[in-house]
Each structure stands twice: as structure tokens, then as C-alpha cells.
Design a protein around this ligand. Structure first.
Ligand code: SDX
Length: 436
């Protein structure tokens, strides 16, 4: 962060002492006004619910240009990574700051591959859940439970612990998500296979059974690997901010990532992919394309509380670049599977077209986000709808852990502790119950 020679001067209409606040420039994006001394100098807090104008940290990992619809992981455009790299190369990039050369890639892949198994005791946690438990309920439990097995890597201030915990989490999330799925369908868990790719291994653990050989489809393997890349990181979104705040207390990385899983579950965040697909199913059931107008009318009626799930974004005020790539992947996978006339995909594209021509969406700069098409391609791969957000959590784990390690690796980091504007009752005395 470079201190710029400009500053902001805060003056007060009530004649209070003006305050100079330093302005810092990043490499890309908006400058920031450093308000860390504001309370000491003025006795006042800033007020920014939802952090609409607040930078919570400095970071070098991911940058989004919401107006241009640009997404960079360590400076590389997502379009280039999604077409020229695989997910483990992207993990290396997010964690260590550089794409691996072939030796580094082989070493990192080998390291992750040899950490994909989970402790045999983990399977007994699942037995406590109902068979119809939501996979995100199971994942929130399982990820937090990992901290009970790795006492050798829970000191977040030890760089070696941070690194092995990162590898363990990236390696074990696919195994845990597949176990959560197998548990709900009553099939035996499938162990990881070290001769398969990261995405291929996940497909195998999800869809293979002990009864016959399972052949990984290269098309589905590539599509899934790309889905993981597109979901890997996204600046200081709600779940990443949760992981940072949780980790700032010095808790172990598994507990901090479990907090991220819990936050991602929400329909306003990672749960939107499941909600978007269910929305498309509902429109389909109500009559399909000719019912889109009626649905849009409901969305525009504030009292309906109906949102166009998979649309809109806090930062993107243009098309989410991931949605474009996801739509492309949709087309490829459906084409390869002979499902190019998939009614749901056609419905989604018709809905997008109508929305993008409607003043309500145009004036609010609402465009499709990563969740709008991801459900359609995951459904085509055979992934059940309730598992979509668990797949998002699997992919986002590398982003969460990279952001957590970046924070903890900064010697000046502090425990996060926001303040408030108090509007409750002034101090008063308790009356005896007879007098209340
Ligand atoms: C993710 O932050 C990230 O980076 C998240 C994420 C990541 O990779 O980590 O990108 C992943 O969470 C993507 C977003 C997935 N969520 C959804 O698709 C759910 C539907 N979208 C909305 O809930 C909403 O768009 C948010 C939550 C995504 C963003 O909300 P904001 O920035 O708080 O904006 P807002 O709710 O204040 O909306 C501004 C206006 C409002 O109307 P007015 O009050 O101005 O009249 O737009 C309307 C909203 O009602 N609006 C929508 C809408 N999204 C916003 N109206 C209908 N449908 C929508 N989807």
C-alpha cells in the first residue's frame, strides 16, 4: 500500500476541529482513506452497515473491476486461467502468488493427492445426521470436526502449520463433499484414487460404487475443473470476510473455514445456485418461457419478496465474467451430452434476455452472476441440487485459506472488533418484580 501525498480533510459544521486523514493508493482499484485514527481524534465512528464503502484489509490475491466486469486472480484474468490452467495450478497461484512450472505443479499435485483421505473416524460423524440432512449442514459439521484430528497443524501463527492445513483442506473437501452425498443416497463411501485428477477423483468418489469400474468422462472432468476455478476466490465477499474475522481470533484454520462454509450457505450468497435452479424449475412447472413475464412482474413487485436468483451483485455492475464462462461451459457440456435442447438451459437464456432488456434490471445494473448458470451445468453433470453449494464451498476453500493465511501472515494483523451506533435504552435501574 503506497501512502499518497494526498489526504482527506474532515471538517465539521459544528465548528469541531478538522481532521486530516491519509489516502492510500493500491495497484488497482479505488484509493482508500485511512480512518484508523478517526475515533481517537474525533470520538466518532464511521457508519457503514454491509460495508458498502469499507475496505476491511489490504490484499494482493484477487481483484474485481465491477464496472468492467473483470476478475483477476493474482493479476491473471479469469478467462485466461479458465482456459489455460487447471484447478490445482489455480490453487498454487492463489496460495503462493505464482502459477507453478511443471516441476512445481507435479510436486503440489502429489502433495494434495496424498492428503485426500480423511481419518476413518470421520465417517462416524455422518451417522448422527438424518439421511435427508442438507449437505451444507453436514459440511459445516465435518469441516469444523477436522480440527479434532490435526493437532499438529492448528497453530495458525506457525507458517508450516498454515501450509499443511491449507493442503489438507484443499485435498479433503472433495472427499468430505462426496461422503456427504453418499450418506444421503445410502451408498458406501468411495475412497480417493491417487491416479485420478482432482476433478476426476471427485467424480469417482461421487458416482462410483464398489460394484463396477467407473470411467471418468473427460468432458465432465474438464467442466467440473473449470467450475472449481471460477469459484475459487472473490475478494472480501461475505464468507471470506467471515473466515478472516473468525481467524483473527487466532482460532484454528479448520474452525475458520467451517465458519466460511456456514456463511456461504445463505441464499443471498453461495446458496443462490441452488435457489436459481429451483426458481427455473418453478417457472418450468408453471408453464415455461411464456410464464417469464409473470415471474418478472412478481420480481418487480417489492411486496412479493421474490428475487431473480443468480442475478445482481454487490460489486459487479456489469456482466459477471464467471457467468459468461459458466454459460459457455453449459453449452459445451449440454452439447457433448446431446442435451443442447435442455429446456431449463433454454429457459435460463430466455429469462436472461428478457431481464437484460427490462428497465427494472437495467436501471439497477442487475446482470447474471456466477450462480445463474452453474446449477444447470452441475445438474447436467448429475450433481443433485442440494449439493450445489457444497461444491461452491469445495472450490472456495482455497480462496478462504489463501485470504486467511495472507491476514495471519501480516505481523500487524489484529482481532477484528467492529463498533456500533447504539440506539437502545439509556442506563436505567432494575425495579423489583412487583413494581414492573
Ligand atoms: C455470490 O460478494 C461476492 O463476491 C459473492 C460471490 C462470490 O463469488 O463470493 O460473487 C457469490 O454470492 C453471488 C450473488 C448470489 N446471490 C444471488 O444471486 C441472490 C440474488 N441477488 C441479490 O440478493 C443481490 O443482488 C445481492 C445480494 C447479490 C447483492 O445485493 P446488494 O448489493 O445488497 O444490492 P441490493 O440488494 O441493495 O439491490 C439493489 C437493488 C434493490 O432494489 P431497490 O431497493 O433499489 O429498488 O436491486 C434489487 C434490490 O431489490 N435487486 C434485485 C436483485 N438483486 C438486487 N431485484 C431482483 N432480483 C435480484 N436478484
Amino acid at each position: 500500500m503506497k501512502a499518497s501525498d494526498t489526504k482527506a480533510t474532515l471538517s465539521f459544521s459544528n465548528g469541531g476541529q478538522a481532521v486530516d486523514l491519509p489516502i492510500y493508493k493500491g495497484t488497482l482499484g479505488p484509493d482508500v482513506i485511512d480512518i484508523r485514527k478517526l475515533y481517537a481524534q474525533t470520538g466518532m465512528f464511521t457508519y457503514d452497515p454491509g460495508f458498502m464503502s469499507t475496505a476491511s484489509c489490504e490484499s494482493a490475491i484477487t481483484y474485481i473491476d465491477g464496472d468492467k466486469g473483470e476478475l483477476l486472480y493474482r493479476g491473471y484474468p479469469i478467462e485466461q486461467l479458465a482456459t489455460n490452467c487447471d484447478f490445482l495450478e489455480t490453487c498454487h497461484l492463489l496460495l503462493y502468488g505464482e502459477l507453478p512450472n511443471s516441476d512445481e505443479k507435479a510436486k503440489f499435485t502429489d502433495l494434495v493427492t496424498h492428503h485426500t483421505m480423511v481419518n476413518e473416524q470421520m465417517q462416524f460423524f455422518l451417522r448422527g445426521f438424518r439421511r435427508d440432512a442438507h449437505p451444507m449442514a453436514i459440511m459445516t459439521g465435518l469441516v469444523g470436526a477436522l480440527s479434532a484430528f490435526y493437532h499438529d497443524s492448528t497453530d495458525i501463527n506457525n507458517p508450516k502449520h498454515r501450509e499443511i492445513a491449507a493442503v489438507r483442506l484443499i485435498a479433503k473437501m472433495p472427499t468430505l463433499v462426496a461422503m456427504a452425498y453418499k450418506y444421503t443416497v445410502g451408498q458406501p463411501y468411495m475412497y480417493p484414487k491417487n491416479d485420478l485428477s482432482y476433478a476426476g477423483n471427485f467424480l469417482h468418489m461421487m458416482f462410483a460404487t464398489p460394484c463396477e469400474e467407473y470411467k471418468v468422462s473427460p468432458v465432465l472432468e474438464r467442466a467440473l475443473d473449470r467450475i472449481f476455478i471460477l469459484h475459487a476466490d472473490h475478494e472480501q465477499n461475505a464468507s471470506t470476510s467471515t473466515v478472516r474475522l473468525c481467524g483473527s481470533s487466532g482460532t484454528n484454520p479448520f474452525a475458520a473455514i467451517a465458519a466460511g462454509v456456514a456463511c456461504l450457505w445463505g441464499p443471498a450468497h453461495g446458496g443462490a445456485n441452488e435457489a436459481a435452479l429451483n426458481m427455473l424449475y418453478d417457472i418450468q412447472k408453471a408453464g415455461g418461457v411464456e410464464k417469464i413475464g409473470e415471474f418478472i412482474k412478481q420480481v418487480k413487485d417489492k411486496n412479493s419478496n421474490v428475487k431473480l436468483m443468480g442475478f445482481g451483485h454487490r460489486v459487479y455492475k456489469n456482466y459477471d465474467p464467471r457467468a459468461k464462462l459458466m454459460q459457455e461451459t453449459c453449452r459445451e457440456v449440454l452439447g457433448e451430452l446431446g442435451l443442447e435442447n435442455d429446456p431449463l438451459f433454454k429457459l435460463a437464456m430466455a429469462l436472461e434476455k428478457i431481464a437484460l432488456e427490462d428497465e427494472y434490471f437495467v436501471s439497477r445494473k442487475l446482470y447474471p452472476n456466477v450462480d445463474f448458470y452453474s446449477g444447470i451445468v452441475q445438474r447436467a453433470i448429475g450433481i443433485p441440487v442440494p449439493l450445489f453449494t457444497a461444491i461452491f464451498a469445495l472450490a472456495r476453500t482455497v480462496g478462504w485459506i489463501a485470504q486467511l493465511n495472507e491476514m495471519i501472515g501480516d505481523p500487524d494483523y489484529k482481532i477484528g472488533r467492529p463498533r456500533q451506533l447504539f440506539e437502545g435504552s439509556p442506563k436505567r435501574d432494575v425495579k423489583p418484580i412487583g413494581a414492573r
